[in-house]
Design a protein around this ligand. Structure first.
Ligand SMILES: [Mn+2]
Length: 469
């Protein structure tokens, strides 16, 4: 194989577990196609669908698998390489061999899937699919199901979504071991950035060091990294600024290891050897929010409560600096903390950096009883539900000074009982701070995934002092 697999029984057991969820009919799991960048044969790096990886493991394009929930029959549909393919690819394992390696004994040509689906529909059987997030798969489903592209959604199966989440949310020990590897590489990416950055460099030079560290470890990126002096821009994609003494770099990046498990870490460090006093005050607030939130992690605790703790600690810190006022708990309940903390506190992580987000946040991060809030700030919280052993998630509080948001809320006299707008004006150019780690929920509490990054002010400044001396 040109890719790594778990033992075949792992995949067979997962599929058997999926069938035990009371599903009837056919479960269709689509693999991904090669995806063209600017012309047909110039592809983005191939990324297999995560559910396909979880249940069928095979990391090659143009496959679709069917599980008959009633009989247990499993078929992988795909085409064997022709001699014309092999001229370009070299000899590769046959589909039959790859299927065997994941415990599947039956394969059929790719185009047979259409007949199988149509026959099942004609005899009134249920067809279960997950929400397609790639256009080519949506078009294929429309053709096989004989409906318009917009009508494919009616075949998206909530029972299948819930069944998949009921397995993938609870990481097996072998998965946790892969996540440790991915998170160690991720930590190395951040250490490399912290050791490499020097005043006068461009952001993209630091970004390049982050990427190099991942690729040199036989990993790729679990998402496009953020490496910026404008940490207040939550999804900053521009990296052409010159980094200067007195500024901070926010680096949010993670590796996907060779088994496709993701890490996702964030560090914020000074471009010079030390944080300024003002940066240090604010960093300590974020760190306190982080540490107190991590300490709450254990089975049974709502992650929404952990988020509210982080929000409360940020408000209390802002009150110490004279930027906020009034009752802290009331400020959080009203949503005033979202002036500084506009996003969530964390998310599930696994094969996907936002694990299973294609299935819908309402199913992954919430329950039938616990619905997602629509209030600005907490509405971006992707995970709210009670934690359980085996969950893996990120904790990532931050403070983001967004001048446009300051101006908007001040012009609307919004939350004037909680926010001291004149004091806030001094922080217009402050930028943003975030720290982020990945954790496993255990039977009794939590365990850090991977290895510890320098995170206290003293630890971060020590790395920077060493790097710049
Ligand atoms: Mn994250």
């Amino acid at each position: 194989m040109q890719f790594r697999l778990f033992e075949s029984a792992v995949y067979a057991n997962r599929r058997a577990g999926l069938r035990k969820n009371g599903l009837t009919g056919l479960i269709i799991l689509l693999g991904n196609e090669e995806s063209s960048m600017n012309y047909k044969d110039n592809w983005y790096p191939f990324r297999q669908d995560s559910h396909f990886l979880y249940y069928f493991g095979i990391n090659t394009a143009s496959l679709v698998a069917v599980i008959d929930a009633d009989t247990g029959a499993e078929i992988i549909f795909g085409d064997e390489l022709t001699i014309e393919d092999i001229v370009w690819t070299g000899p590769l394992p046959s589909l039959v061999d790859m299927a065997h390696a994941v415990g599947v004994s039956k394969t059929r040509p790719y185009n047979h899937i259409e007949t199988v689906i149509r026959q099942a529909m004609a005899s009134g059987r249920k067809i279960h699919v997950t929400p397609p997030y790639r256009s080519e798969n949506k078009i294929k489903l429309a053709q096989w199901l004989q409906v318009g592209v917009d009508a494919v959604d009616q075949f998206v199966s909530v029972p299948l979504i819930k069944a998949i989440i009921s397995q993938r949310a609870y990481k097996e020990n072998r998965e946790v071991a892969e996540m440790d590897k991915a998170t160690i590489i991720s930590a190395d990416m951040h250490l490399a950035a912290m050791r490499f950055a020097k005043p006068g460099m461009k952001e993209y030079e630091v970004m390049a060091k982050v990427k190099e560290t991942a690729y040199a470890s036989n990993a790729s990126l679990s998402f496009h990294p953020i490496v910026t002096i404008h940490g207040e821009t939550l999804h900053n994609v521009y990296s052409g600024h010159t980094i200067k003494e007195g500024q901070m770099i926010l680096c949010d990046a993670g590796a996907a290891n060779d088994m496709h498990y993701a890490g996702d870490l964030t560090c914020t460090f000074p471009v010079g050897k030390k944080f300024t006093d003002r940066q240090k005050e604010m960093y300590e607030i974020v760190l306190h929010a982080h540490q107190t939130s991590v300490a709450m992690l254990k089975p049974g605790v709502l992650f929404k409560e952990v988020y509210l703790n982080a929000a409360q600690k940020i408000v209390e810190g802002m009150q110490q600096l004279g930027i906020m006022k009034g009752n802290a708990a009331e400020a959080v309940a009203a949503g005033a903390h979202a002036m500084f903390f506009q996003c969530g506190l964390g998310h599930m992580i696994g094969l996907d950096v936002h694990d299973m987000e294609d299935l819908g946040e309402t199913y992954v991060g919430y329950t039938d009883e616990l619905k997602k809030s629509t209030q600005f700030g907490i509405k971006s919280l992707r995970l709210g539900r009670a934690l359980e052993p085996g969950f893996t998630l990120t904790v990532e509080p931050g403070i983001y000074m967004i001048p446009e948001l300051m101006d908007k809320w001040e012009s609307e006299n919004k939350f004037t009982e909680f926010i001291n707008y004149p004091a806030l004006q001094n922080y217009r150019d402050f930028s943003g701070i975030r720290v982020e780690e990945d954790y496993l929920i255990t039977e009794t509490g939590y365990r850090l995934l991977g290895k510890k990054l320098p995170m206290t002010v003293a630890e971060v400044e020590a790395v920077r002092a060493e790097s710049l001396s």
